[in-house]
Design a protein around this ligand. Structure first.
Ligand SMILES: CC(C)(COP(=O)(O)OP(=O)(O)OC[C@H]1O[C@@H](n2cnc3c(N)ncnc32)[C@H](O)[C@@H]1OP(=O)(O)O)[C@@H](O)C(=O)NCCC(=O)NCCS
Length: 233
């Protein structure tokens, strides 16, 4: 119910602050945050229900006021990267621009399907420069029910600005509750391998017969719970 009915509505207003009224509403939102579907920074917790029968909670409001102000301030500050670029959860209106981004990844139909699916599920982050989508990342649990980066694409004009790293960092935040994140890339993709090394990803095996002969798909793993990834056998 929460993911099927509430989530699409919340994603239609990706910049809106979510103010759950009361403990039950808050526990529903907490579930969506824990599943990595909603950004914690969008949620204003502990806001007392403004019902007339709730007068005793005015004291709670007074007690938590500074904390509420700090939470609103955090929500108003999208993560800056190069000063003009910000990263947001992608919404339906972004889909065509993301698909049109000139980054050949794999088959166009597959790329479009993954983008649509991920945006609908709230698992796509977009980097915008001057309000234009210039890079994105998608993730899901389709890989052995583990958090896995499906697509990462940075427009050619916007590479080496830290966007790829910032988008992966954003997925790491979203996947933190799972304690780990997997990513894969072709062996010949030196920029992606360098990016993953710079973010502390460990090799986690390879698969032949996915790409052209001699170019295996390499898998990488990062523990997000402070642990160390096991070395490939
Ligand atoms: C791979 C890709 C996502 C990197 O994105 P990016 O925004 O340019 O990467 P960043 O600027 O965040 O780079 C972070 C670090 O990765 C490494 N890196 C990134 N591109 C590199 C390159 N071309 N050569 C060497 N190192 C590179 C560097 O260590 C870099 O840190 P530095 O700039 O401080 O030296 C981008 O080149 C891309 O979209 N390529 C095509 C699609 C693709 O290959 N996607 C990944 C497949 S899963």
């Amino acid at each position: 119910m929460l993911a099927a009915l509430l989530l699409p509505r919340l994603l239609r207003a990706p910049r809106a602050l979510i103010v759950p009224f009361g403990l039950s509403a808050e526990s529903g939102i907490t579930y969506l945050v824990r599943e990595g579907l909603i950004d914690e920074t969008r949620v204003l917790r502990q806001f007392p229900h403004p019902s007339g029968g709730n007068g005793h909670r005015v004291a709670f409001f007074a007690r938590d006021r500074d904390q509420l102000i700090a939470a609103v301030a955090a929500w108003r500050q999208p993560a800056p990267t190069d000063g003009r670029t910000c990263i947001d959860v992608a919404f339906a209106g972004d889909v065509e621009a993301l698909i049109a981004l000139d980054v050949p990844l794999t088959s166009e139909a597959y790329q479009a399907a993954v983008v649509r699916e991920s945006v609908a599920a709230g698992r796509c982050y977009v980097a915008r420069s001057s309000r234009r989508a210039v890079a994105y990342v998608t993730w899901d649990l389709a890989f052995f029910n583990r958090p896995f980066v499906r697509l990462l694409a940075v427009g050619r004009q916007h590479r080496r600005l830290g966007l790829g790293a910032a988008l992966i960092a954003r997925v790491e935040e979203a996947a933190a509750a799972y304690g780990e994140l997997f990513v894969s890339t072709e062996q010949i993709n030196a920029p992606m391998r360098a990016l993953l090394a710079s973010r502390g990803y460990a090799p986690s095996g390879s698969v032949d017969n996915v790409n052209a002969p001699g170019n295996p798909e390499l898998f990488f793993h990062k523990r997000l719970d402070g642990g160390t990834s096991a070395a490939p056998a």
